[in-house]
Ligand binder design. Structure first.
Ligand code: PLP
Ligand code: ZN
Length: 401
């Protein structure tokens, strides 16, 4: 493992996630003399662990069959938003309904190997749901810290169902994370936020799946919602490892998207600054990315700059519209954060800031039933049968009966 700031070599660290020299974040370096190929993957296990050569070898993994999520080609939606080719990767089809399961499978495996009996995280909801399930699977005690009143109901339900101690913190996610990082040691818990570099090792498998699902042709742009900025960094790491091992020639461009009310990185990049200014009171309907101080901001900015991409922001109204378009034109759905990539494409392709003649892959990060908020479907209020018949001009059929 090495520090991403000062490149200090750390050997294998299962517990520490900060550089002992400068305090910077640690990253796992993968060295392997053999790697999978498109042909030898076909007979392997249907989970992230099929990519074993590029994952940590820590004995039997804690797994629920995470990964292998569907990649859906969306021709009708592509036409509506004006792009040549559009694919949406449905991360909601993971075991607990979000991409977090990829990272938790690796992270909880490492926690067990490190001898932990208790795990903890702060969360906007999905990390809590995922950690609660994987901790149960591993027989570990689990505590999750969430911002009180700011978590989608489905996610809170999941964390409680899987038996985690759910601690509600007044304030924002950023406050909850500060408490979790500060108290983990005192309660003897292994920390599983995305500051933990092993989570990112699991999440990088999204890149390996895209390589497989697109038959090795990686000439596309990947559009990813950004909250704490772990996922976009992890996916980029995955593509870099594919390239370093000679499996791909083209590195995709990484495009990040934040909500306008929680967009420190989009702002930093649009102003060409070297450091973000934090957003103290982030606001957005996309509660999963309601984060004002992304801990992985350095990794994400490197991913985006290194790939020739960008981080933009979208308004809540654009996210709602994207959810509606995805659902009604393709029958695919996501919680609000996961619809932000489609919202971004629609806006930036129409304004000419992103080219229309490319292939785009949007990462729909979480399942729509996580957040069954009536405000998200206010454009389609239920009606009475009588009103429906009148609107549909079917009054005659009704009176004939
Ligand atoms: C559905 C969803 N999308 C996107 C994100 C943002 O991911 P990251 O924090 O890795 O940037 C999250 C994080 O909670 C999420 O739950
Ligand atoms: Zn360092």
């Amino acid at each position: 493992m090495t520090c991403i700031d000062c490149f200090e070599d750390h050997g294998l660290e299962l517990r520490s996630y900060r550089c002992r020299r400068c305090g910077g974040p640690l990253e796992v370096q993968v060295e392997t003399d053999r790697v999978f190929s498109a042909s030898n993957l076909s007979s392997r296990v249907q989970s992230i662990w099929r990519y074993a050569e590029l994952l940590p070898d820590l004995g039997s993994p804690v797994t629920l069959g995470e990964g292998m999520t569907r990649l859906v080609r969306c021709e009708r939606l592509a036409k509506i938003i004006g792009v040549k080719n559009l694919y949406v990767k449905l991360e909601g089809t993971n075991p607990t309904g979000s991409f977090k399961d990829r990272g938790m499978s690796v992270g909880v495996t490492v926690a067990l190997r490190a001898g932990a009996r208790r795990v903890v995280c702060a969360s906007t909801g999905n990390t809590a749901a995922s950690l609660a399930a994987y901790a149960a699977r591993a027989g570990l005690e689990c505590a999750v810290l969430v911002p009180k009143g700011k978590v989608a109901s489905g996610k809170l339900f999941q964390a409680r169902l899987f038996g985690a101690s759910v601690c509600e913190v007044s304030g924002t996610f950023d406050d909850a994370l500060k408490t979790a990082l500060g108290e983990a040691e005192s309660i003897g818990a292994y920390i599983l936020n995305s500051v933990n570099p092993w989570r990112l090792e699991g999440q990088k498998t999204t890149a390996f799946e895209l390589y497989e699902q697109m038959n090795g042709d990686t000439a596309f742009d990947v559009v990813v919602p950004v909250g704490n900025a772990g996922n976009i960094s992890a996916i980029w790491k995955g593509f870099r490892e594919l390239s370093a091992n000679g499996l791909i020639d083209d590195l995709p461009r990484m495009i990040g998207v934040q909500s306008a009310g929680a967009a420190p990185l989009a702002k930093m990049m649009s102003l060409g600054l070297e450091e973000p200014s934090w957003v103290e009171d982030p606001q957005t309907i996309a509660s999963a990315i309601r984060i004002g101080r992304p801990v992985n901001w350095k990794r994400a900015v490197r991913a985006v700059r290194g790939s020739g991409g960008m981080i933009y922001s979208v308004e809540d109204s654009e996210i709602l519209e994207a959810m509606r378009l995805m659902a009604t034109s393709e029958g695919i759905a996501s919680e609000p954060a996961g619809a932000a990539p489609v919202a971004l494409l629609k806006s930036k392709v129409q304004s000419g800031e992103l080219p229309s003649d490319l292939t785009y892959v949007c990462i729909a990060t979480g399942h729509h039933l996580k957040d069954p908020n009536p405000a998200l479907v206010s454009w389609n209020e239920p009606t009475t049968v009588e009103d429906y018949l009148i609107r549909a001009g079917l009054q005659r059929i009704k009176s004939r009966k």
